[in-house]
Design a protein around this ligand. Structure first.
Ligand code: SF4
Length: 223
Protein backbone atom coordinates (compact mmCIF):
# COMPACT_ATOMS: atom_id res chain seq x y z
CA UNK A 1 0.00 0.00 0.00
CA UNK A 2 1.41 3.38 -0.96
CA UNK A 3 0.46 7.00 -0.35
CA UNK A 4 1.45 10.08 -2.29
CA UNK A 5 3.12 12.50 0.08
CA UNK A 6 4.14 16.01 -0.86
CA UNK A 7 6.52 16.63 2.05
CA UNK A 8 7.57 15.59 5.55
CA UNK A 9 9.10 18.27 7.78
CA UNK A 10 9.04 19.67 11.29
CA UNK A 11 7.87 23.14 12.19
CA UNK A 12 5.61 25.12 14.48
CA UNK A 13 1.86 24.84 14.07
CA UNK A 14 0.82 28.14 12.51
CA UNK A 15 -2.96 28.15 12.91
CA UNK A 16 -5.84 27.05 15.08
CA UNK A 17 -5.96 26.23 18.76
CA UNK A 18 -2.57 24.51 18.82
CA UNK A 19 -0.78 27.54 17.43
CA UNK A 20 2.88 27.48 18.43
CA UNK A 21 3.14 23.74 19.14
CA UNK A 22 6.04 21.91 17.57
CA UNK A 23 4.91 19.17 15.23
CA UNK A 24 6.10 16.73 12.61
CA UNK A 25 4.08 17.50 9.50
CA UNK A 26 3.13 14.91 6.89
CA UNK A 27 1.54 16.69 3.94
CA UNK A 28 -0.46 14.36 1.70
CA UNK A 29 -0.84 15.01 -1.99
CA UNK A 30 -4.19 15.77 -3.60
CA UNK A 31 -7.53 17.03 -2.37
CA UNK A 32 -11.18 16.25 -3.07
CA UNK A 33 -12.15 19.94 -3.00
CA UNK A 34 -11.12 23.05 -4.90
CA UNK A 35 -11.56 26.10 -2.69
CA UNK A 36 -11.23 29.47 -4.39
CA UNK A 37 -8.71 30.65 -1.77
CA UNK A 38 -6.55 27.50 -1.80
CA UNK A 39 -2.84 28.30 -1.76
CA UNK A 40 -1.54 24.78 -1.07
CA UNK A 41 0.85 24.14 -3.93
CA UNK A 42 0.88 20.39 -4.46
CA UNK A 43 2.84 19.98 -7.65
CA UNK A 44 4.99 17.00 -6.68
CA UNK A 45 4.93 13.92 -4.51
CA UNK A 46 6.93 10.92 -3.39
CA UNK A 47 5.26 7.55 -2.94
CA UNK A 48 5.77 6.00 0.49
CA UNK A 49 4.95 2.63 2.02
CA UNK A 50 3.83 3.04 5.66
CA UNK A 51 7.13 1.55 6.90
CA UNK A 52 9.13 3.99 4.77
CA UNK A 53 7.26 6.94 6.24
CA UNK A 54 7.72 5.52 9.73
CA UNK A 55 11.49 5.35 9.19
CA UNK A 56 11.50 9.00 8.09
CA UNK A 57 9.41 10.10 11.07
CA UNK A 58 11.86 8.35 13.39
CA UNK A 59 14.60 10.70 12.16
CA UNK A 60 12.86 13.56 14.01
CA UNK A 61 14.20 13.17 17.53
CA UNK A 62 13.19 16.39 19.29
CA UNK A 63 10.22 16.60 21.61
CA UNK A 64 7.10 17.13 19.52
CA UNK A 65 3.53 17.82 20.50
CA UNK A 66 2.15 15.54 17.78
CA UNK A 67 2.31 14.36 14.20
CA UNK A 68 0.13 16.56 12.01
CA UNK A 69 -1.44 14.78 9.06
CA UNK A 70 -2.28 17.53 6.63
CA UNK A 71 -2.69 18.14 2.91
CA UNK A 72 -4.34 18.33 0.54
CA UNK A 73 -6.77 16.03 2.25
CA UNK A 74 -5.16 13.26 4.33
CA UNK A 75 -8.36 11.22 4.59
CA UNK A 76 -8.00 10.38 0.90
CA UNK A 77 -5.43 7.90 2.26
CA UNK A 78 -7.43 6.38 5.12
CA UNK A 79 -6.02 2.83 4.79
CA UNK A 80 -2.49 4.19 4.73
CA UNK A 81 -3.17 6.42 7.75
CA UNK A 82 -4.46 3.44 9.68
CA UNK A 83 -1.20 1.61 9.03
CA UNK A 84 1.16 4.48 9.79
CA UNK A 85 -0.67 5.31 13.03
CA UNK A 86 -0.30 1.67 14.14
CA UNK A 87 3.44 2.08 13.65
CA UNK A 88 3.83 5.46 15.38
CA UNK A 89 1.44 4.78 18.26
CA UNK A 90 4.00 3.01 20.40
CA UNK A 91 6.41 5.94 20.14
CA UNK A 92 4.70 8.56 22.26
CA UNK A 93 3.25 10.60 19.41
CA UNK A 94 -0.20 12.14 19.46
CA UNK A 95 -2.00 12.14 16.12
CA UNK A 96 -3.42 15.43 14.89
CA UNK A 97 -5.61 15.44 11.79
CA UNK A 98 -6.08 18.58 9.66
CA UNK A 99 -9.02 17.94 7.40
CA UNK A 100 -11.57 19.65 5.22
CA UNK A 101 -14.32 17.86 7.13
CA UNK A 102 -16.07 16.08 4.27
CA UNK A 103 -14.88 12.43 4.12
CA UNK A 104 -16.96 11.11 7.00
CA UNK A 105 -16.77 7.38 6.15
CA UNK A 106 -12.99 7.59 6.16
CA UNK A 107 -13.05 9.44 9.48
CA UNK A 108 -15.26 6.69 10.95
CA UNK A 109 -12.61 4.18 9.96
CA UNK A 110 -9.90 6.15 11.80
CA UNK A 111 -11.62 7.91 14.66
CA UNK A 112 -10.37 5.56 17.37
CA UNK A 113 -6.72 6.28 16.59
CA UNK A 114 -6.86 10.08 16.09
CA UNK A 115 -6.32 12.32 19.14
CA UNK A 116 -7.14 15.82 17.86
CA UNK A 117 -9.14 16.92 14.82
CA UNK A 118 -8.79 20.36 13.26
CA UNK A 119 -11.85 20.39 11.02
CA UNK A 120 -12.62 22.98 8.36
CA UNK A 121 -16.11 24.28 7.80
CA UNK A 122 -16.31 25.32 4.17
CA UNK A 123 -18.57 28.32 3.77
CA UNK A 124 -19.93 28.33 0.18
CA UNK A 125 -19.57 32.10 -0.05
CA UNK A 126 -15.86 31.78 0.88
CA UNK A 127 -14.94 28.72 -1.20
CA UNK A 128 -16.96 29.45 -4.34
CA UNK A 129 -18.14 25.82 -4.21
CA UNK A 130 -21.53 24.29 -3.48
CA UNK A 131 -22.92 23.59 -0.03
CA UNK A 132 -21.16 20.93 2.03
CA UNK A 133 -23.29 21.26 5.17
CA UNK A 134 -24.66 17.71 5.15
CA UNK A 135 -21.16 16.26 4.82
CA UNK A 136 -19.91 18.56 7.58
CA UNK A 137 -22.81 17.53 9.79
CA UNK A 138 -22.05 13.81 9.43
CA UNK A 139 -18.34 14.43 9.83
CA UNK A 140 -18.71 16.48 13.01
CA UNK A 141 -20.96 13.83 14.59
CA UNK A 142 -18.12 11.35 14.30
CA UNK A 143 -15.36 13.85 15.13
CA UNK A 144 -17.12 14.92 18.34
CA UNK A 145 -16.21 11.55 19.87
CA UNK A 146 -12.69 13.00 20.11
CA UNK A 147 -11.18 16.45 20.68
CA UNK A 148 -12.28 18.62 17.76
CA UNK A 149 -12.17 22.30 16.92
CA UNK A 150 -13.44 24.01 13.78
CA UNK A 151 -11.88 26.49 11.40
CA UNK A 152 -13.54 28.70 8.82
CA UNK A 153 -11.79 30.98 6.35
CA UNK A 154 -13.43 34.39 6.30
CA UNK A 155 -13.19 36.50 3.13
CA UNK A 156 -14.72 39.77 2.05
CA UNK A 157 -17.23 37.68 0.10
CA UNK A 158 -18.31 35.55 3.08
CA UNK A 159 -22.04 35.76 3.89
CA UNK A 160 -23.35 36.03 7.41
CA UNK A 161 -25.95 33.36 6.55
CA UNK A 162 -23.12 30.84 6.08
CA UNK A 163 -21.81 31.67 9.53
CA UNK A 164 -25.30 31.20 10.98
CA UNK A 165 -25.68 27.81 9.24
CA UNK A 166 -22.31 26.71 10.67
CA UNK A 167 -23.25 27.89 14.17
CA UNK A 168 -26.50 25.92 14.02
CA UNK A 169 -24.56 22.75 13.16
CA UNK A 170 -22.03 23.31 15.96
CA UNK A 171 -24.77 24.05 18.51
CA UNK A 172 -26.70 20.94 17.52
CA UNK A 173 -23.81 18.46 17.30
CA UNK A 174 -20.79 19.64 19.29
CA UNK A 175 -21.69 22.74 21.32
CA UNK A 176 -18.46 22.75 23.33
CA UNK A 177 -16.26 22.95 20.22
CA UNK A 178 -14.47 26.21 19.49
CA UNK A 179 -14.82 27.89 16.10
CA UNK A 180 -11.65 29.58 14.83
CA UNK A 181 -12.36 32.42 12.41
CA UNK A 182 -9.37 32.64 10.10
CA UNK A 183 -9.00 35.72 7.88
CA UNK A 184 -8.07 35.06 4.26
CA UNK A 185 -4.41 36.11 4.22
CA UNK A 186 -4.58 37.41 0.69
CA UNK A 187 -7.21 40.05 1.31
CA UNK A 188 -7.03 43.46 2.93
CA UNK A 189 -6.88 42.70 6.65
CA UNK A 190 -8.22 46.06 7.78
CA UNK A 191 -11.34 45.53 5.64
CA UNK A 192 -11.81 42.02 7.06
CA UNK A 193 -11.24 43.18 10.63
CA UNK A 194 -14.74 44.55 11.17
CA UNK A 195 -16.39 41.49 9.66
CA UNK A 196 -14.36 39.17 11.88
CA UNK A 197 -15.31 41.06 15.03
CA UNK A 198 -18.95 41.04 14.00
CA UNK A 199 -18.86 37.29 13.25
CA UNK A 200 -17.23 36.56 16.59
CA UNK A 201 -19.91 38.53 18.36
CA UNK A 202 -22.70 36.70 16.52
CA UNK A 203 -21.13 33.34 17.42
CA UNK A 204 -20.82 34.27 21.06
CA UNK A 205 -24.41 35.52 21.14
CA UNK A 206 -25.46 32.14 19.73
CA UNK A 207 -23.57 30.32 22.49
CA UNK A 208 -20.62 29.16 20.38
CA UNK A 209 -17.12 30.08 21.51
CA UNK A 210 -15.34 31.73 18.59
CA UNK A 211 -11.92 33.31 18.32
CA UNK A 212 -10.02 35.11 15.57
CA UNK A 213 -6.66 33.53 14.76
CA UNK A 214 -4.79 34.38 11.54
CA UNK A 215 -2.38 31.96 9.88
CA UNK A 216 0.73 33.03 11.77
CA UNK A 217 3.16 30.82 9.84
CA UNK A 218 2.38 32.76 6.65
CA UNK A 219 2.87 36.10 8.40
CA UNK A 220 6.26 35.19 9.92
CA UNK A 221 7.45 33.12 6.95
CA UNK A 222 7.45 29.63 8.50
CA UNK A 223 6.52 26.54 6.50
S1 SF4 B 1 -9.65 21.75 1.28
FE1 SF4 B 1 -7.69 22.76 1.70
S2 SF4 B 1 -6.23 21.81 0.30
FE2 SF4 B 1 -8.29 21.27 -0.42
S3 SF4 B 1 -8.74 22.84 -1.98
FE3 SF4 B 1 -9.60 23.56 -0.03
S4 SF4 B 1 -7.97 24.86 0.88
FE4 SF4 B 1 -7.02 23.61 -0.75
Amino acid sequence: MKARINEVFDSIQGEGLYLGEKQIFVRFFNCNLSCAYCDTKLDQFTEYEPKELFEEIKLYRDKYHSISFTGGEPLLYADFLEEIIKLTSGHGHKHYLETNGTLFSELEQLIDCIDIIAMDLKFPSSTGMGKLWQMHRKFLKIASRKEVFLKAIICQATYEEDLREALAIIREISPASVLVLQPNNYENQSVLHEKLLNFRQIANQQGVTACIIPQIHKIVGLR
